[in-house]
Design a protein around this ligand. Structure first.
Ligand code: IMP
Ligand code: MG
Length: 179
């Protein structure tokens, strides 16, 4: 797998340090709240798991799954719910955990759905932010790193369902996704 990586952008140590920083900030902001951490499957699973280990306030964990890219590197703009939350979020403080915000269309759609459910608050934490291709104007309250307009994999983030298990974050060689 390593030979498919063009460049390592953030090492495992760098990523884990950043995740800890985010968790410290989140723990401060969510004192005396009803925090529900909502991981967006599957890309944010590794990040979500790492993040909650360092959150020091009580929190619940739930997951949602929406389709976005399929197996291609380009967004289709078509988003649908594959798995909904298990629990009611009325009155809760929702923190949506994403792997990477690219066009923002996926989160824009998720926010629209969740806003109807009378949560007390809804915020977003994303491990990565790729602002170059943003189409929807969404506010990402917390993010780990900004990344260039390249195809990113690792730490949960895939290309065609592979590379999620890389412990670092890197760019994929062009010849892999242009194949
Ligand atoms: P958006 O709707 O364009 O913001 O895309 C959001 C989703 O697309 C992310 O949660 C990822 O699953 C996927 N995605 C966006 N950029 C990349 C990338 O560079 N590598 C892998 N997946 C990506
Ligand atoms: Mg995703």
């Amino acid at each position: 797998m390593r030979e498919h990586i063009e460049e390592v952008l953030f090492s495992e140590t760098q990523v884990v340090e950043k995740v800890k920083e985010l968790a410290v900030q989140i723990s401060k902001d969510y004192q005396d709240k009803n925090l529900v951490v909502v991981g967006v499957l599957k890309g944010s699973v590794v990040f979500t798991s790492e993040l909650i280990k360092y959150i020091t306030v009580p929190c619940e964990l739930d997951f949602m799954s929406v389709s976005s890219y399929g197996n291609s590197a380009e967004t289709s703009g078509v988003v649908r719910i594959l798995k909904d939350l298990d629990s009611d979020i009325e009155g809760k403080d929702i923190l949506i955990v994403e792997d990477i915000v690219d066009t923002g269309l996926t989160l824009n759609y998720l926010l629209k759905i969740l806003r109807d459910r009378k949560a007390q608050s809804i915020e977003i934490v994303s491990l990565l932010n790729k602002p170059a291709r943003r189409k929807a104007d969404i506010e990402v309250k917390y993010y780990g790193f900004e990344v260039p307009d390249e195809f990113i994999v690792g730490f949960g983030i895939d290309y065609a369902e592979k590379y999620r298990n890389l412990p670092f974050i890197g760019t994929l060689k062009r010849e892999i996704y242009n194949k």
